[in-house]
Design a protein. Structure first.
Ligand code: UD2
Ligand code: MN
Length: 587
């Protein structure tokens, strides 16, 4: 019998099935994969050669500003050298209020120099590392909404004080329509009085961090874009290690090591010894352990599947080739996945550069700010990213928060889908197998439930069920007397209509596959490939027909005399095409 949930499952199934791929044989799918990987290796070989040439021939220099480092070492005062800082004799109520408004001790920030020194906590190897003499110029883009001014100014000064001037094209501040008056005229005045390479872009309405970064990128003139949150402090010699991998490979995007500025006492400290970026299936940002090869030389950049999001460098041309961010992503969230997926899937690479360190203030407890949208924009963002980039893996995300994503409209994603096609980006499966290959081991996905499972009982003769007949892989299945107890089918008769939209044995490895297209086509047991095509099945609950293939005009049929099972043109009047599915997902 069909339970209510089963009915809903089948209904959804109907809704979703127009996303079908045309019927493909297992061999065709394999052949395509071979062609694709051949093309890739040729391009990759050419790229590798180019990279090797550059790495061996180009001149490298010591980019350290040793004078500035020495000057900083002599600085004394509150919070200098990134030490823990405390306020004495002050208005504690006001301190608390400012803390709650910002999520960090803003009053303490006001008492610490905007030019303060930081501790050089880089690996020893970094302190002697040389980088290419010829490096591209960067535009630094700070985006902010209601940032506390002294924190923003310290972010800017840290960049100015610790970067080779001729590598800075400009510093761009993007004001995401802040409410605070302190960020209006007073900010303009401060900039006019203190900086000459800082520009401000003011947005006319609240757009969110994605739109703000795009607005900054649109006016940027540098060959490289560097995006920063508005509450950071760079460490010594942070810029050359971020730029060099991009000079070598224009499709590299590079993240610094993210250190921590404490929200309570403004201490500057390391977060950890480095890790690769990842996510879990609720899209929480997670980390994966470094690989053995990453540990050989701690000063060398290593590959990372996913960026944290807020702090990274990317070649301007590559950024625009990727279409920048999807501007349908609103306010906050998910953009780090979108960009990381497309960097990897569309021919680039994402690196973490341990010798480039930038600290970020992770907010502490604060008063919640009012929702600028009154909608769940975070999950809408996630759904857009999943729909465009994650292929069949999106179901893991949706399965994790059951029911949530069904109610969310991702909006128009046609531009992003076209972009993915135009750039001939690889599949998400490729990403999971080649880049984030250890992710599912550390963060196991939840399998979405089967739509239906149990025996497939012929309604032309209720004593007969579809059975593997123990024939093994690549052989046709047939009919066999049903096991007495339909509620606990024996393993040869226990089928599942899985979320991959295939009919698999409940061992979840072998699927019913129909490669022939003429009359009396055989249904054979084949390894499940999860790609639809010859393994696409659909159970139509009303007519009791088990339909096959993308046109849904071919149906599973029992041949009662020979005990064989075929696929033929659907005919509603034939009892031999009617099946009772043991039970449809109601548990
Ligand atoms: C992290 C990232 C952040 C972003 C976010 C996911 C780091 C260190 N930070 O959250 O960059 O990837 O995850 O979306 O990796 N902002 C606006 N308009 C808004 C909201 C925020 O301009 O409507 C600015 C904000 O002032 C800040 C930046 O966007 O400069 C990031 O926001 P956040 O600091 O609140 O995000 P965070 O660090 O919690
Ligand atoms: Mn932040």
């Amino acid at each position: 019998k069909l339970g209510l949930i089963g009915t809903i499952g089948i209904f959804l199934f109907l809704l979703l099935n127009n996303a079908l791929s045309p019927a493909k044989s297992t061999d065709e799918i394999k052949a395509e994969a071979r062609i694709q990987s051949k093309g890739d290796t040729e391009i990759e070989k050419a790229q590798e050669k180019q990279i090797a040439d550059l790495e061996t021939t180009a001149e490298r220099i010591d980019w350290h500003d040793h004078d500035a480092i020495t000057r900083d070492l002599n600085r004394e005062g509150l919070g200098e050298q990134g030490k823990k800082a405390y306020l004495e004799d002050h208005d504690r109520d006001r301190e608390k209020l400012m803390y709650r408004q910002n999520g960090f001790n803003a009053m303490l920030s006001d008492a610490i120099s905007v030019n303060r020194s930081v501790p050089d906590i880089r690996y020893e190897g970094c302190k002697h590392q040389k980088y290419l003499k010829k490096l591209p110029k960067a535009s630094i883009i700070f985006i902010f909404y209601d940032e506390h001014p002294s924190v923003l100014y310290r972010s800017i000064y840290s960049v100015l004080n610790r970067s080779p001037q001729h590598l800075l094209e400009e510093i761009i501040l993007v004001d995401d329509f802040s409410d605070r008056d302190s960020l209006k005229q007073p900010l303009d005045d401060y900039i006019a009085a203190n900086f000459d390479i800082v520009k401000v872009v003011r947005l006319e309405k609240r757009t969110g961090l994605i739109g703000a970064r795009m607005a900054g990128a649109r006016v940027a003139k540098g060959e490289v874009l560097i995006f920063f949150d508005s509450h950071i402090e760079t460490n010594y010699n942070w810029l050359p290690p971020l730029l060099e991998p991009i000079a070598i490979n224009p499709k590299a995007s590079v993240c610094p090591f993210i250190d921590v500025v404490s929200h309570s006492d403004f201490e500057y400290r390391a977060q950890d010894e480095g890790a690769r970026g990842a996510f879990d299936w609720q899209f929480y940002y997670k980390r994966l352990p470094l690989l053995p090869e990453d540990l050989l030389d701690r000063a060398k950049p290593f590959k990372s599947p996913i960026m944290a999001g807020g702090l990274f460098a990317i070649g301007t041309d590559f950024f625009w080739q990727l279409g920048g961010y999807d501007e349908g992503l609103d306010i906050w969230g998910g953009e780090q996945y979108e960009l990381s997926f497309k960097i990897w899937m569309c021919g680039g690479e994402l690196l973490d550069a341990p010798c480039s360190r930038v600290a970020h203030i992770y907010r502490g407890p604060m008063d919640s700010r009012k929702n600028p949208r009154n909608t769940d924009y975070v999950h809408k963002n996630y759904k857009r990213v999943a729909e465009v980039w994650m292929d069949e893996y999106k179901e893991y995300l949706y399965a994790h928060d059951e029911g949530l994503y069904e109610t969310i409209d991702a909006g128009d994603i046609s531009k992003q889908v076209a972009l993915r096609k135009q750039n001939k980006c690889k599949s998400f499966k490729w990403f999971m197998q080649n880049v984030a290959f250890d992710l599912t081991k550390v963060y196991p996905p939840v399998e979405p439930p089967d739509y239906a499972f149990g025996t497939l009982q012929s309604l032309a003769n209720e004593r007969l069920c579809v059975d593997t007949l123990n024939v093994g892989l690549h052989n046709p299945v047939g009919l066999y007397p049903c096991a007495e107890n339909h509620k606990r089918p024996q393993k040869n008769q226990n089928w599942a209509l899985s979320w991959h939209r295939d009919l698999r044995l409940r061992n979840h490895k072998e699927c019913l596959d129909v490669a022939e297209s003429g009359p009396n086509a055989k249904a054979k047991l084949w390894e499940c490939h999860g790609q639809g095509g010859n393994q696409f099945w659909f159970y139509e609950e009303n007519s009791k027909m088990v339909k096959h293939g993308s046109n849904l005009d071919r149906c599973l049929e029992a041949d009662l005399s020979s005990h064989k099972v075929y696929v033929n043109k659907c005919d509603e009047l034939k009892d031999s095409m009617k099946w009772q599915f043991g039970f449809v997902n109601s548990s």
